[in-house]
Design a protein around this ligand. Structure first.
Ligand code: AHR
Length: 494
């Protein structure tokens, strides 16, 4: 038996948890759009061709915003190909993913789908093959209320009222050499500055996100971020972060994923603050972690210019879901700087929802921790102090065997605990400053770490209600038996 202590104090808040922390991403990639959210022949499809079964699952996840249309795809995308009568839309090669893009689904379909899903659109503009003027025209098409040829076209395409898209990404991963139209940091910053200027000429209220490094192993990380911010600091509201995590050959390295995410966020906040100090600026740059997830499949697979190929269709285990929960705690623990986070992606492509063409839509294991955080990690995040034995990762060094986060809303406190120890563990949770609390809920994900949900057995892995934590000397006691994830809810005694 080993002992762990978790402590949080009402006088040590981190920040309000922004609703945008629960955002996601849909890219024209594989079967994310086609056979994912859009499949006109599916039995559950509505008159727009939107799958009703997928919409229902998307709603369960409680996303706030969804980023669209890419990803790498956006850097070669001409948005004008995706509007107007479907029969007139060109069929194009998508060079980013080597697929054939029919353009049947485009901006207007996405806006309509977002309305039905109850999410806000978050658009990315093409700063690869595209120009700042084309980006400004997309803003005009989406947001302008006046009478222009483009807004007439939007109305003809079903968008009677402006779509009012608030948040816009200035390109995608432009530091990556494989990105269409890849640029050096300074060249990107200059192009993005011009795009920001023109886009804001059209709509001064936009919130803009500039590209950060595409991953921490990028050769120009984190210098790219410094150079870009030195040019764009006054023009943008967020620096974009992207990071994926995968089992690196052994469990302990994998379990240290949240340590890597934590270090990445701290580094990027540090780069922002360095530039802020250099500029003597009063503004604090926020972070948009607009691509994050567990990504097990090393290669994208062969698309061979096919339509809606089965690429990047990761199948997640319980172990992945547990690691995933620690990443979500890490995002909550940085709620003061990470104001937006997009789970990449929502459907089929490294996603919590998997679909069959003409068939089922199922919840992957990672669906559940996401839904639980989205439901309960709301309100204010509190600093958590953890006293726990260390585990040792060859790649990342020593790290505590427990990751946790604490949120409070309307007097209800929720503690999220991820335990990476295989040993029996007794965790004492000290929350006395929040008042006289009692445990009102305990949901856990534990068991066979290799288990996964499949179309034949879609409910193999799901959270289970567990016995409530008992109180001992004013502290709550959680007993765990192995690698697992726990959501503990506490409410006032009276
Ligand atoms: O989400 C899949 C891909 O990962 C995106 O297209 C790209 O931005 C990232 O590298």
């Amino acid at each position: 038996m080993q002992n762990v202590r978790i402590f949080a104090d009402k006088d040590m808040p981190i920040s309000e948890i922004g609703d945008d922390l629960y955002s996601s991403f849909i890219e024209h990639l594989g079967r994310s759009v086609y056979e994912g959210i859009y499949e006109p022949d599916h039995p559950s499809a509505d008159e727009n061709g939107f799958r009703g079964d997928v919409l229902a699952l998307v709603k369960e996840l409680g996303f706030t915003k969804i980023r669209y249309p890419g990803g790498n795809f956006v850097s070669g995308y001409n948005w004008k190909n995706g509007i107007g009568p479907k029969e007139n839309r060109p069929i194009k090669l998508d060079l980013a993913w080597k697929t054939t893009e029919t353009n049947e689904f485009g901006t207007d379909e996405f806006m309509k789908w977002c309305r039905l899903a109850g999410v806000e659109p978050m658009m990315a503009v093409n700063l690869g093959s595209g120009s700042p003027m084309e980006a400004a025209e997309l803003v005009e098409y989406c947001n302008h209320a006046g009478d222009t040829s483009l807004t007439r076209e939007r109305k003809r395409n079903g968008g009677e009222h402006p779509y009012g898209v608030k948040m816009w990404c200035l390109g995608n991963e432009m530091d990556s050499e494989g990105q269409i139209g890849h640029l050096s940091a300074q060249a990107y910053a200059d192009k993005a500055k011009e795009a920001a200027k023109l886009m804001r000429y059209v709509d001064g209220s936009l919130k803009l996100v500039c590209c950060g490094s595409y991953c921490t192993s990028s050769p120009t990380y984190p210098e790219w971020d410094r150079v870009v911010l030195e040019t764009l600091y006054d023009d943008v509201d967020y620096l974009s972060l992207h990071q994926y995590f995968w089992p690196q050959g052994n469990d302990l390295d994998y379990y240290a994923s949240s340590v890597c995410m934590d270090e990445y966020i701290r580094t990027m906040a540090g780069v922002c603050d360095f530039v802020r100090a250099k500029k003597r600026s009063k503004k604090q740059m926020m972070l948009s972690f607009d691509e994050w997830n567990i990504w097990n499949i090393p290669k994208s697979g062969e698309a061979n210019w096919s339509r809606a190929p089965h690429i990047l269709e990761d199948s997640y285990t319980l172990q992945d879901a547990v690691v995933f929960s620690s990443l979500m705690s890490t995002l909550v623990n940085h709620a003061d700087r990470v104001k937006c986070a997009c789970l990449a992606q929502a459907v089929n492509v490294i996603a919590p929802i998997a679909t069959q063409k003409g068939g089922k839509a199922i919840r992957q294991t990672t669906f559940y921790p996401y839904a639980l955080f989205s439901a309960y990690a709301r309100g204010t995040a509190y600093r958590v102090v953890i006293g726990a034995p260390d585990l040792n990762s060859e790649a990342h060094g020593a790290f505590p065997c427990v990751t946790a986060s604490v949120a409070e809303r309307a007097g209800e406190v929720t503690v999220f605990v991820t335990c990476f120890s295989e040993k029996e563990t007794r965790t004492e949770i000290e929350l006395r400053s929040f008042g006289e609390l009692k445990c009102v809920g305990h949901i856990a994900m534990e068991g066979d770490l290799g288990a996964r949900n499949t179309f034949s057995f879609p409910e193999t892995v799901r959270p289970k209600e567990k016995e409530l934590c008992r109180k001992e000397g004013g502290k709550f006691i959680l007993q765990t038996k192995g690698v697992s994830f726990h959501v503990l809810r506490f409410a006032r005694e009276k």
